[in-house]
Design a protein. Structure first.
Length: 216
């Protein structure tokens, strides 16, 4: 995660919201999700809830995320008790901002097509708050037609797609498109969205953005 620390120096001074829902899916960068959550809690005094997909739970500790956020982590499935209403509806109504970081191709596709087979995708689709999705993809996928269609569908649904950017791949360490944006770039986009300079459906950093990310 060589470029992440330098990126952290350019964090926005404030965020326009306090209640932030963070979604992590099964890209390797989800291992660094505690850094995003700790930044939101300690730097911005945000109230944070975390939802993980099934594949994300293999790569990051729900216990550590719960400790940092000070709330139990939700997902991948719905809780057994739903006395207070469906969990995805409650989370979606609670959130003032939704950040999906990192987002795999599978997760992006499920959200784009409305295939809400887990709590994370169902919550994102149900959210009425601004939604930022930061894809983490293989190089060939990032420039391919499939992701292009998915990106268009997400944008048309009102989702802000941030990245992907240039980064170093896990498989062969080669630099190329597809990496997830840094925490700093994600939060700069979130701050701009809150000020109205980047509305729903806007596209964040593109494939030719600087190499501010980590791995993909």
């Amino acid at each position: 995660m060589a470029d992440e620390q330098s990126g952290q120096l350019d964090l926005p001074p404030t965020l326009p919201v306090r209640r932030i829902l963070v979604i992590g899916s099964g890209a390797i960068g989800v291992a660094f999700l505690p850094a995003l959550v700790s930044t939101l809690v300690w730097q911005y005094q945000a109230q944070v809830r975390v939802v993980l997909t099934s594949s994300a739970t293999d790569l990051v500790s729900a216990r550590s995320l719960a400790a940092i956020s000070r709330h139990p982590v939700s997902g991948p499935g719905w809780p057994a008790e739903a006395a207070a209403g469906p969990a995805h509806v409650r989370l979606a109504e609670w959130a003032e901002l939704v950040l999906a970081w990192p987002a795999t191709l599978s997760f992006c596709a499920r959200c784009a097509y409305g295939m809400t087979t887990d709590l994370a995708s169902a919550t994102l689709v149900a959210a009425d708050a601004p939604v930022l999705v930061a894809p983490s993809l293989a190089r060939s996928v990032a420039t391919g037609a499939t992701f292009g269609r998915i990106r268009t569908m997400l944008t048309e649904a009102g989702v802000t797609v941030v990245g992907p950017v240039q980064g170093r791949g896990v498989a062969d360490t080669a630099v190329g498109p597809g990496a997830c944006v840094s925490i700093a770039q994600l939060l700069r986009t979130a701050a701009a969205a809150g000020r109205g300079t980047t509305g729903h459906g806007a596209s964040g950093a593109g494939d030719d953005a600087p190499d501010t990310s980590t791995i993909h």
